[in-house]
Design a protein around this ligand. Structure first.
Ligand SMILES: C[S@@+](CC[C@H](N)C(=O)[O-])C[C@H]1O[C@@H](n2cnc3c(N)ncnc32)[C@H](O)[C@@H]1O
Length: 462
C-alpha cells in the first residue's frame, strides 16, 4: 500500500519526469539496433517512395525509445495530430484471438497482446505516461492537437498532468465517447463511456468543424426560414457541428471491422478526429497503435502516419490490415531483438522460368515451418494443438511472406506479399510471382512472419 496520497506523489512524478525528458531530448539515441524493411502493397506506387522522404512508418518497440529515435530523426514539431489510446490501468493482461487452420477448421489460439498491470499501481502508470506525453509534445507541430483516450480510472489524474505539460490554456475539450455494450451492475450505474482529452500545442491549431445529423423534435420538419432540413428513414433532421458527446458503436462481435484485438477502436471514431484536427498530407501519429485503426483511417483520408506498438500481435494485425487496405508504401522498423528467430521456413522447390508469354516467373514450393514451441509464451492448454499443427500442417502458422525479387542488399523492398485474412486462413504451399525484375535479379529475399509475430528471413542467391 502506498503511504502518501496520490496528490502528495504528483510533484515527484512531475519533477522526475521533467528531468528524464530533459535527458532524453539532449542525448544521442542509444536505444537498440533498428531493423528496417519496406512493404509496398501497390507496386505501381514505387515511384512515390523515391520522391518523398517521409514515408509512412510502423515501429515495433517501446514508444519511449521510438520517440527518442523520432526526435533524433528530425520529427520534432512535425506531427499535426496525435491520437493515443494507452492502457487504462484496468489490471488486466490482454490477449488477442488468432484463428489457425487445423484439419480444415479454424481453431482459436489466445495469444498475449499487452499488459495493463502495473507494479506500483497508479503512481507507476502516471510516471510512465508523464514522460511519454512530454515527448509527444516535442513531436507535435505548432498547429498540432493531441487526443488522449482514457476512461474513468485515470482521466482526472491524467488531466492534471496534461494541464501541466500542455498548459491549461491549451485544453480544448473533453470528448465523451458513449457506446452501447453488454453488461450492467446492480451496485453502480453501467459504465458506458470513455473520455478523450484534447489539447492543442498553441492557439494556432488545425480545426475543420465536422457536421452530424440532429433529428428534429418528433422527427417532423420545423420549416424555419433559412434552415436547411433533410429527411431519411428515421425522420427530418438538420446538420449541426459536432458536440463533445459522441455516440458511436463499439467494434462489436459481429462487426466487419473486428480483427480479434480486444481493445480495437472503431474507424468512425478516428475518422471524426482525423478529419477535424488534420489536413490532407498532415502527419498523424499514434504511439499505442494496437490494431492500427489510426493509420488505416489516416491512410483512407490521404494523411501520412507514424504508428508505434511494442506488441508482436499488434504488428501482425497492422501489417495485414494495411496490405488488405492497399495502403501506400510503408516502412516497418523493429527495435531490438523483439521477435527472435525461433521459427524457420524450409523451401522444397524453387525455379525461375520464362513462360510461353515471355514473362519471368518465380515458383516456390514451401515445405514446412519449424517453430520452437518451448520458446513461445502460450497458455499450456494450446500446447497439444500447437504440436498437432506443427506435425500435420505447420505452414498454417505462417502469417505473412514478403518477397523482394531483386534484393540489392540494403533495405528490402517487399513488393510481393502473401498474407492471411479472416477469409483465407493459410498462405498455401505454392507461391507464384510474375515480375520482369526477375530477369536481372541476383538475390531474392523472403521475409517471414508467423502468427505470433516471430520474424525470420531467407536469402536465395541466384
Ligand atoms: C488500448 S490498446 C490500443 C488500441 C488501438 N487504439 C486500436 O484501435 O486497436 C493499447 C496498445 O498500447 C500498446 N502499448 C502499451 N504500452 C506501450 C509502450 N510502452 N510502447 C508501445 N506500445 C505500447 C499495447 O501493446 C496495446 O496494443
Amino acid at each position: 500500500m502506498r503511504e502518501l496520497s496520490l496528490i502528495d506523489c504528483l510533484p515527484e512524478i512531475v519533477n522526475n519526469g521533467r528531468n528524464t525528458v530533459k535527458n532524453i531530448i539532449n542525448r544521442a539515441y542509444y536505444g537498440p539496433e533498428v531493423e528496417k524493411y519496406r512493404i509496398i502493397p501497390n507496386h505501381n506506387k514505387m515511384e512515390i517512395i523515391s520522391k518523398d522522404k517521409r514515408i509512412n512508418s510502423f515501429y515495433q518497440g517501446d514508444n519511449l525509445i521510438v520517440m527518442e529515435k523520432l526526435i533524433e530523426d528530425g520529427y520534432r514539431d512535425k506531427i499535426d495530430l496525435i491520437y493515443i489510446d494507452p492502457p487504462f490501468l484496468t489490471n488486466v493482461n490482454y490477449k488477442g484471438k488468432v484463428i489457425v487452420e487445423n484439419e480444415s477448421k479454424g481453431e482459436i489460439i489466445e495469444y498475449f497482446a499487452y499488459k495493463d498491470t502495473w507494479d506500483g499501481g497508479m503512481v507507476t502508470y502516471l510516471e510512465n505516461l508523464y514522460i511519454r506525453l512530454s515527448l509527444m509534445k516535442e513531436l507535435l507541430s505548432p498547429q498540432g492537437t493531441i487526443y488522449v483516450h482514457l476512461d474513468f480510472r485515470t482521466v482526472h489524474y491524467v488531466k492534471v498532468l496534461m494541464d501541466e505539460i500542455f498548459g491549461e490554456e491549451n485544453f480544448l475539450n473533453e470528448i465523451i465517447w458513449a457506446y452501447k455494450s453488454g453488461g450492467s451492475s446492480r451496485r453502480y450505474y453501467a459504465r458506458k463511456h470513455d473520455n478523450i482529452l484534447v489539447y492543442t500545442k498553441t492557439k494556432d491549431y488545425i480545426f475543420n468543424p465536422q457536421l452530424e445529423k440532429s433529428y428534429n423534435r418528433d422527427f417532423k420538419p420545423y420549416n424555419f426560414k433559412g434552415v436547411e432540413e433533410f429527411q431519411d428513414e428515421i425522420g427530418w433532421y438538420t446538420m449541426v457541428r459536432l458536440k463533445d458527446v459522441w455516440n458511436i458503436n463499439m467494434v462489436g462481435r459481429t462487426s466487419k471491422e473486428r480483427l480479434g484485438y480486444s481493445t480495437q477502436k472503431p474507424e468512425k471514431l478516428l475518422e471524426r478526429i482525423i478529419l477535424t484536427s488534420s489536413n490532407e498530407n498532415s502527419l498523424v501519429g499514434d504511439f499505442f497503435a494496437g490494431s492500427g485503426t489510426t493509420g488505416i483511417v489516416a491512410e483512407k483520408n490521404n494523411r501520412k502516419w507514424v504508428m508505434v506498438d511494442k506488441g508482436s500481435l499488434s504488428k501482425t494485425i497492422i501489417n495485414n490490415r494495411l496490405i488488405e487496405n492497399k495502403s501506400s508504401p510503408y516502412n516497418i522498423y523493429i527495435l531490438g531483438d523483439l521477435n527472435k528467430e525461433i521459427g524457420k521456413l524450409f523451401i522444397k522447390k524453387m525455379d525461375i522460368i520464362e513462360n510461353k508469354e515471355g514473362e519471368m516467373e518465380l515458383n516456390l514450393e514451401l515445405d514446412r515451418y519449424e517453430l520452437d514451441i518451448d520458446k513461445i509464451s502460450i497458455d499450456k492448454k494450446y500446447i497439444d494443438l500447437m504440436k498437432n499443427i506443427l506435425k500435420n500442417n505447420s505452414l498454417a502458422l505462417l502469417d505473412f511472406i514478403g518477397i523482394d525479387v531483386n534484393y540489392q542488399g540494403n533495405t528490402p523492398n517487399l513488393n510481393w506479399q502473401f498474407y492471411r485474412t479472416k477469409e483465407k486462413l493459410t498462405l498455401g504451399r505454392n507461391i507464384k510471382i510474375k515480375d520482369p525484375n526477375l530477369r536481372e535479379s541476383e538475390m531474392i529475399l523472403l521475409k517471414i512472419i508467423d502468427i505470433f509475430g516471430h520474424e525470420s528471413k531467407i536469402l536465395l542467391k541466384l
